[in-house]
Design a protein around this ligand. Structure first.
Ligand code: ATP
Length: 347
């Protein structure tokens, strides 16, 4: 059980002008799962390697339970890192791969056998102990890698894009498995992903990193409701940004005057609202109603995306296909932007 503190952690690779990671500070409470989320090259793997002790930091600190671990060798930190490409030993059986960490710690053979059987049961591979990794599917190999990490009961578990090689169906299954095991075992876990949906489903808190800098560290829902800026909103699928001015109660823009929720900031800025929060076929009694023209409709299976035009502004809406069945391109529709779904970003 370990509380992880990352304090102004910075990495500048030799020969680079820009830091790959710039003063990252995060507190990860004991037993919680935090996702490091960001696009390729934003510094996620660099962060993980520094926590694991596989890479020296340029400055900053990493503390476990308030004690700096920077001078501890990787094998003494109690950290296990699972990589995207599993790194299983090809010539060892699944059981030997899983039990490897215990063998290194000189645990007696009967205990290793018992714990390997137990953990293979947990990751739902009870009958495959005698196979070689090459005789397993990608999803099964991933579960072996996870079992091998969990069997040593690490203080901190680092998962670097562990689901990126799996197809959509297996990703769902593994996501549930990881979350279940992590909660059951109460291991403080840091999970790297570039997929915001994965981050939101798995993590207690999400740290969004863009260009080596922490943008926002919050519970997942905050990124949808109260993003800190336009880049953050866009990373989470936000599409609508309208420039204008707020007086704290009303936002005035090319869309006219729209009532704001309580607590909205005042001044010049951008109004944002998520595509799924635009209500199509609004009635006169709805809040903040507008007339829009449907420029394009795209059927996405479980949803329909509508590109709307209000005056000179283009808006993106997502609706339930049944609700917009009778709407065609070129139609004029009444839309509503409920005040509770509006959020003003400062300029
Ligand atoms: P991905 O999602 O693609 O794995 P990431 O967010 O994990 O990306 P990092 O691997 O941490 O990103 O890389 C961050 C930045 O540091 C990138 O610009 C990368 O090119 C650079 N970088 C990584 N490793 C080194 C290295 N050994 N030497 C120099 N630059 C490096």
């Amino acid at each position: 059980m370990t509380h992880v503190s990352i304090k102004e952690l910075t990495k500048i690779y030799p020969g680079s002008a820009e830091p790959a990671l710039d003063q990252l500070s995060l507190e990860i409470p004991t037993g919680e799962l935090t996702a490091l989320l960001g696009p390729s090259g934003c510094g996620k793997t660099t962060t993980m390697k520094m926590i694991a002790g596989l890479l020296a930091q340029t400055s900053g600190d990493v503390l476990f339970d308030d004690r700096s671990v920077l001078n501890d060798r990787p094998e003494h930190r109690g950290v296990v890192m699972v990589f995207q490409n599993y790194l299983l030993f090809p010539y060892m059986s699944v059981a030997d791969n899983v039990g490897f960490g215990l063998k290194m710690r000189k645990v007696p053979k009967p205990e290793i056998d018992r714990r390997v059987a137990e953990i293979l049961e947990l990751v739902k591979l009870p009958d495959l102990g005698s196979r070689r990794p090459s005789e397993l599917s990608g999803g099964q190999q991933q579960r072996v890698a996870l079992a091998r990490a969990l069997i040593v009961q690490p203080n901190v578990l680092l998962l670097d894009e562990p689901l990126s090689n799996l197809d959509a169906h297996l990703r769902f299954e593994m996501r549930d498995l990881i979350r279940g095991l992590q909660q059951e075992m109460g291991i403080t876990t840091i999970f790297v992903t570039h997929d915001q949906e994965e981050a939101v489903v798995l993590a207690d808190k999400v740290a969004l990193i863009l260009d080596g800098r922490l943008k926002q560290y919050e519970n997942a829902d905050v990124f949808y409701k109260r993003p800190i800026d336009e880049a953050t909103a866009r990373f989470f699928g936000g599409q609508n940004f309208v420039s204008g001015k707020s007086n704290g109660l009303v936002f005035e823009s090319a869309l006219g005057k729209l009532a704001l929720p309580e607590g909205a900031i005042s001044g010049s800025g951008k109004l944002t609202f998520r595509p799924e929060n635009i209500r199509i076929n609004a009635t006169k009694t709805d809040e903040n109603t507008l007339k829009a023209v449907v420029n394009e409709r795209i059927f996405l299976g479980t949803q329909t995306r509508l590109r709307l035009v209000v005056g000179d502004e283009k808006l993106d809406a997502i609706a339930n296909p049944n609700e917009v069945e009778n709407i065609s391109t070129g139609d004029s529709v009444n839309i509503s932007l409920p005040a509770s779904s509006l959020w003003v970003l400062p300029k």
